[in-house]
Design a protein around this ligand. Sequence first.
Ligand code: ADP
Ligand code: MG
Length: 846
Amino acid sequence: MKRNEVDRSKLSPGMKQYMEIKDNYEEELLFFRLGDFYELFFEDGILCSRELELTLTSKNGGLDERIPMCGVPFHSVQPYIEKLVSKGYKVAICEQLEDPKSAKGMVKRGVVQVISKGTVVDYEMLKDYDNNYIGSVLDFNNLYTITYSDISTGSLYIMEIPKTQEKLINTILSLNLKEVILYDNSNNDLINLLKYTYGIEVSISNEYLENKYEYLYKEIKEMRYILGIKHLLYYLVVKQLKELDHISGVEIVRPDEFLEMDVHSVRNLELFETLRLKERTYSLIWLLDKTKTAMGSRCLKNWLANPLKEKDAILKRYDMIETLRTEFIVKEELSHELEEVYDLERLCGKAICGNLNARDVLQIKRSLGVLPSIDAKIKQLGFEYEFSDESKLFELLERGIYETPPIGLKEGYLIKDGFNAELDELKSIRSGGKDFIASLEEQERERTGIKTLKVGYTKVFGYYIEVSKGQCDQVKDEYGYERRQTLTNCERFISPLLKEKEALVLNAEEKIVELEYNLFMEIKEEIKKEIFNLKAIARDLASVDAIISLATVADEYNLVRPEILDVRRIEIVEGRHPVVERVSKKEYVSNDCMMDEETNTFLITGPNMSGKSTFMRQLAIIILMAQMGSFVPAKSAKLPIFDKIFTRIGASDDLVSGESTFMVEMMEAKNALVNATGDSLILFDELGRGTATYDGMSLAQAILEYVNDKIKCKTLFSTHYHELTALDKLSGIKNVHVEAYEKDGNVTFLHKVKEGSVDKSYGIHVAKLAGMPKEILGRASEVLKYYEGSSKEALVTTSEQVTFNFDVQDNESSPVLDKLEEIDPLKCTPMDAINLLYELKELSKK
Ligand code: ADP
Ligand code: MG
């Protein structure tokens, strides 16, 4: 049954109301509140029953056929919404807008919130260390204006980029926008790419919000920015019904203020996740993040994503790290206190556009509680942060909020005794009534002489007097008991006195719950008044946390303060790749990287697996760390400031977008050639290997010459094309190689970078390490000999003629392995096993 095809005139009043609301939320799944359930009807119901594995039922709505329906209990709706939103659906929540008890006729209902990927504000769905951005994209003559916000933290930014689709997608991916709002749906290509290739939610909206939140743009002159803000706000406020009072201002982001990296470099360098497993573990941020708060974690991530270019700003962070390293004890204490700080930023978001509960308020209180002490220590360190005085708010929360409140706001137990006289009064009436009822049991037993008489309570019946079956005949009319319920073993009665007291208790109870709710809302209003201050505090605490994290890492991993040079020279002594160093089981071999002003390019040769790629990544990571304001993994480091980093490393087949490896390689290389300046860093790792040898080599050479002569930026270029090493005749290009030596057919990698070049790749050796079948290895050696000219045997043979040469694996056979092969564990006694073990041990010594 299709919703749009039903005869509406036949529908029941309830379903009519549903239809009218649903008409405005065609795209969304409408969660329609009916009593204790949210119900979904028609296509929504069918879809949700499938996606959420719920039973599909049906409802009589006045039509000939029953209407498909499925539902979830209102108190456990959260996980269902999460699941749907993470699958890319939008969910509209329709609530009862008045109390059904006091409503005349149909209860008023309306949508109170729409949730989509980009506008989630519930903690459970958000990663601590990630921002959740939604962005509007408007295009003007030659620019895209991107206005984006994380409404869970109340941040708002504007950025402009040149108008190319490639740049737009790159920016959307780099900013990690979860949802994009486009002005119209004409650019199908873009919409499909975003939606299906990159899994980004796309919404279309062509309206602008007027007459609300004007303070956000009243200082702005640029019309494009104002339109951008109004476009985003319309979607958030009108379509999604969000409150945005926690957004205090707009930050204009100028991409050229930060070191620029494209998404490929961010991926290749494994800054935020590893290439293969796409996990945070073993990424650079995983190593650097020792923050104590979620806000600090997001701040640090932001620093790494946007390395600085301004020398003074960088030096300021170095200075703070240095201070923290000398003031070790203060640092430890600060670190400890930050553990008491909750995610104030998102708590602010929740206070405005989420469901702030009493436990959240306690988190705000605890965070404010440690603030004075944190403030004192920061002053002691001489850091330039000014925290507003929130002692009044703290005191209010301390006085007002009950220590162990429930999550719900309609159950009472939110407000402390002594906070409000009326509330205390009601509580004493309630407890007076309860005391009376408690003593009633004793009184009635005495009055009636019934020993088994009890006074009890159930939710449905209220208070009752219970008498066991055996003694029921002792209940006399004069007691005034009224029979209410007969159970197998007993009878239950009520009495006028009991009912009177019960009314008192229940009445008080109801009033208490309502009053506590209202008092809580008043307290929430007080928090809202401080929202901008709280956000400023949150931002400063986040950056203190991030800098302490960098100081901790500097200590733990033996990092050194870099020196920033004003000339284009690199002098890194004993540099290390911090993640490989941490993760690898072997000892890490540090390497110098010395490039004077005249040297633009290192042409790196060396066998497979020797460490070429690692050496290249290491340089980029040291530069990135230095410019994010961190100390770096080296004995000493002197570096100029870089404006952009480009990388073409490894085979990052863009499988999703369907481009071939070589195509991706060329696109990434082109991107570097077009955009790099003399102040950039380029890493080209085995460029050209994705195509035929001569093709690849020719392209590699042409690119290398162009970068070295025209762009003149610092470049690391690794290659297996030994022919290219002749290019060191060009000024600016220097050959280096990674050392390895061969002995008895075994290759040892020293991972040491030296001057000059080498021409051996030891590919067959690596294949052997990888466990390639012996036959293949033998044949490959034979073919290799032919190519190297030492064998005159025909290269192409018919299959009968192929004689496999087992040289390569001869030294592989070992007496230990042979012995092991002989053993049949099923026939061994325990004694045999011990003896064999002994024998094997002896053999291995030889
Ligand atoms: P290549 O690019 O030359 O094939 P990689 O850079 O991929 O080699 O390095 C191969 C492996 O060698 C790495 O995974 C790492 O474990 C190890 N390695 C590389 N450089 C070093 C080093 N300087 N010290 C220790 N191990 C290293
Ligand atoms: Mg490599």
